[in-house]
Design a binder for this molecule. Structure first.
Ligand code: NAD
Length: 370
């Protein structure tokens, strides 16, 4: 790398610090064995920040996140802070990061590892080898559109309104991320909306098609209605490579895709902002799971979702595809070798702690690079 990249780690609450310590050990391994270094800083977010500084995200931490090349977050929240008013809850820290960093593209891979194929609620023959990514628009659409609100009706009763709205610019920038991702994968993109009943869907389909024809004609593009996509994800999920969709449909379809894998402790995510003139994007990487208060402090959490999020960070923010491949291969190797944390335990396998899982990853990395 020509200049030192900066990574801000925000472990957060519950199992966040436990899983993030295993990521830190992999970062040390990369420095020692691959000569890959970046400037790593740490900060507080969520309940940990409330306890130490009275706010879910201090100004100074926000500023460091804005300046960093990437932010890696553990998880926030827990019963200790549940009674706080909405504006002071741990989750506000994460929401503020997403908003101020203007993270409009949410990437949610749903890989099914061969060793965990039985964890899926679907039959092995339907999910074996599954490797899809859902790209969800994160800052527009019906969750933010105006007008919105609840009003009283003159004749009694009330009226609730939300507005689904997308502009050309919003559609094109999310579609571009999805085409670029497809270009690094199996070169197939499926764009999902409901243009049969929604004008915003008609515009979505037209803009995605126009961008394809102008800039990404070498990527295979298909269009699908969101309700059909929900069915196809269950019927034959392997037909998909990358799916791009809006905020609302993406919210649901990415959770549906996550369930296909059957293991919450394995799922990474990335949220990306606009590229600047140098091609640098603000980016936040985090496991899909929460702070798991029911197992926090017991040293049994699965650190693999966080490690896979870090691998996404290496690929997207640091341009270190070989190192990202290495970490993903180590995860696969450790699972093939029979190591399991409690959440993915199967008969006949070895149940290991967070720490031992982390150590197994380091040993596998040694093996892969010997
Ligand atoms: P959760 O994801 O924390 O836990 C759901 C279940 O999965 C629990 O039984 C938990 O033990 C298990 N689990 C989750 N991650 C695991 C891992 N890595 N290894 C082993 N088991 C794991 O969801 P929840 O229980 O609904 O929420 C708990 C808290 O987390 C709440 O305060 C919620 O607001 C917060 N939360 C935060 C985020 C985030 O930080 N992005 C996301 C979801 C929930």
């Amino acid at each position: 790398m020509s200049e030192t990249k900066t990574l801000l780690i925000l472990p957060g609450d519950g199992i966040g610090p436990e899983v993030m310590s295993e990521v830190l050990r992999v970062i040390e391994w990369l420095a020692r064995h691959r000569g890959v270094t970046f400037e790593v800083g740490q900060g507080l977010v969520g309940g940990a920040s409330i306890d130490a500084q009275g706010t879910p995200l201090a100004e100074e931490t926000m500023a460091r996140a804005m300046a960093a090349d990437a932010v890696l977050l553990g998880a926030v929240g827990g019963p200790k802070w549940e009674a706080l008013p909405f504006e002071q809850k741990p989750e506000r820290g994460l929401l503020r990061l997403r908003k101020e960093m203007a993270l409009f593209a949410n990437l949610r891979p749903a890989p099914v590892f061969d060793a965990l194929v039985d964890a899926s609620p679907l039959k092995p023959e339907i999910v074996r080898g599954l490797d899809i990514v859902i790209v969800r628009e994160l800052t527009g659409g019906v969750y933010f559109g105006e007008p919105r609100g609840i009003s009283d009706l003159p004749g009694g009763g009330r009226r609730g309104v939300n507005t689904q709205v997308y502009t050309t610019e919003e559609i094109v920038r999310i579609a571009r991320v999805a085409f670029q991702l497809a270009a690094k994968r199996h070169r197939r993109l499926c764009s999902v909306e409901k243009s049969n009943v929604m004008e915003s869907g008609v515009l979505w389909r037209q803009e995605v098609q126009a961008l394809h024809d102008a800039e990404f004609a070498d990527i295979e593009l298909s269009h699908m209605y969101a309700d059909n996509c929900a069915m196809q994800l269950i019927r034959d999920p392997r037909q998909f490579d990358v799916i791009v969709t809006d905020n609302l449909f993406g919210d649901m379809l990415s959770d549906e895709a996550a369930m296909l894998t059957g293991s919450l402790g394995m799922l990474p995510s990335a949220s990306l902002g606009e590229a600047d003139a140098d091609g640098r994007r603000r980016a936040l990487y985090e496991p899909v799971h929460g702070s798991a208060p029911d197992i926090a402090g017991r040293g049994v959490a699965n650190p693999l979702a966080s490690l896979l999020s870090f691998a996404m960070c290496l690929r997207w923010s640091f341009d270190l595809a070989a190192e990202a491949d290495l970490i993903e291969a180590a995860v696969k190797g450790v699972l093939d070798g029979g190591m399991r944390t409690a959440d993915i335990m199967q008969p006949g396998k070895a149940r290991v702690s967070t720490r031992v899982m982390g150590e197994s990853i380091l040993r596998e990395l040694d093996k892969l690079t010997a």
